[in-house]
Design a protein around this ligand. Structure first.
Ligand code: KIV
Ligand code: ZN
Length: 409
């Protein structure tokens, strides 16, 4: 009698889960999953204190990410502490904890996420499936690994409604075996299956071919969400992610500023902007507050201590600044002449017209006017001449400009 009741309960729960999965799939909205606090923090030197993780998690919530890879509880007490801080506070995203396919990891994740509603907590299980991982890391046969995976998913389902499984090193896994892994993981109850390009070796065309093959060879794929996770070793993580979106990926995982293991992960802000500018190709990035991106890029850089290259798309210091005279003249007439999007879209700073050797009269005249330093055309030309002969590295700030204006009169 009791067994029948619990079977009925399980059946009802599975029905609800399927309805949620099908709702996400039908909506066609791409869900953003952030792993800054886990894969991002894995970057050497990027260590974050639990309070710092909480601050970033709150910002990610404001941004509107669907889920947050909150840490790897079995790997360190600091990860558990950070998750415990997030549990009562970061309400909207699903918080997931990374686990090996090891029962103890799942139990530790369960404790770390205790107190969280069932639909807002999950585990992300991973296990290597490539020949290299099977032979040299795990020393297991494909059959043994399949059993570890399915047993672990079933174990996790006793504690969690949301159970994701990723075959680590998926993109170097023999495709027929990879398809079998997905079929069995979904049959065992995984609610999301991930495609991690663990060593970042994919190209967009190979992503397209692999996803199409999996769609053919994994008939139960529509019963789970399909998530992608690219590393950036070839500088192609964002391009690969966009291709995966075109091929039907439901969830994209990445980090702010693309930080992460080795060359990093997909930069989520870049994917979101590419989608926003090209909705006919990729759809729109569902429910994201894009103007949270720039401040968050800055803050993640400050807190992790990983500097942002000045030319980093979206977050870099040079993205909304120019020194070139022709560009400055165009931007003053209409900012769209030399920008793909306005800085305010991502919460960026006002356009900065930097004065230097390549600047023109228009930008200088505008700056002089804003500083209340009236100059005739002739005087402005003289100041510009002086700017162009300044030694390399001298920054023309407002004080220097005042001195140059005084010197010419
Ligand atoms: O890149 C990777 O394979 C990972 C796994 C833990 C999913 O980050
Ligand atoms: Zn990774």
């Amino acid at each position: 009698m009791f067994g029948l009741f619990s079977r009925l309960q399980r059946g009802a729960k599975n029905l609800v889960k399927q309805q949620i999965i099908q709702h996400h799939r039908r909506s066609g909205t791409v869900l953003f999953s952030d792993t800054t606090l886990r894969d991002g923090e894995q970057m050497p030197g990027a260590t974050l204190e639990p309070e710092e993780k909480l601050e970033i998690a709150r910002a990610l919530e404001r941004l509107g990410v669907h889920s947050l890879d909150a840490g790897f509880p079995a790997s360190s007490p600091a990860d558990i502490e950070a998750i415990r801080l997030m549990v009562p506070v970061v309400k909207r995203p699903v918080l997931t904890a990374l686990c090996r396919t090891v029962d103890r990891d799942i139990e530790v994740a369960d404790e770390a996420l205790d107190g969280r509603p069932a639909n807002k907590r999950g585990v992300s299980l991973f296990c290597g499936t490539s020949p290299l991982h099977l032979r040299d890391k795990l020393q297991k046969s494909p059959t043994e690994v399949l059993k570890i995976i399915t047993d672990s998913i079933q174990f996790a389902l006793r504690r969690f409604d949301i159970v994701a499984f990723s075959p680590e090193d998926a993109t170097r896994t023999e495709p027929a075996f990879l398809a079998q892994v997905y079929r069995e993981a979904i049959a065992a109850g995984a609610t999301t299956v991930g495609l991690p390009d663990t060593v970042g070796i994919m190209t967009p065309i190979k992503v397209q071919q692999l996803i199409r093959r999996l769609q053919d060879e994994v008939p139960n794929l529509p019963r789970a969400l399909f998530a992608v996770h690219f590393h950036n070793d070839l500088g192609l993580a964002v391009a690969n992610t966009l291709m995966a979106i075109q091929e039907g990926a439901n969830v994209v995982q990445g980090t702010i500023n693309g930080i992460g293991e080795r060359a990093g992960n997909t930069a989520l802000e870049q994917v979101a902007i590419a989608m926003t500018l090209h909705p006919e190709e990729f759809g729109t990035p569902g429910h994201l507050a894009l103007d949270e991106f720039f401040p968050l890029c800055q803050r993640v850089s400050e807190l992790t201590g990983i500097p942002l290259p000045v030319n980093q798309p979206v977050g870099g210091a040079n993205i909304y600044a120019t020194e070139a005279g022709i560009h400055q003249d165009g931007l003053l007439k209409n900012p769209d002449t030399y920008l793909p999007y306005r800085p305010e879209l991502v919460g960026g700073p006002d356009l900065q017209l930097v004065l230097g050797r390549h600047s023109g009269r228009k930008a200088l005249a505008q700056r002089l006017e804003s500083l209340n330093l009236p100059c005739s055309d002739e005087e402005t030309a003289k100041v510009l001449e002086q700017i162009k002969t300044l030694p390399k590295g001298v920054i023309v700030n407002d004080d220097l400009l005042r001195q140059l204006v005084c010197a010419k009169s």
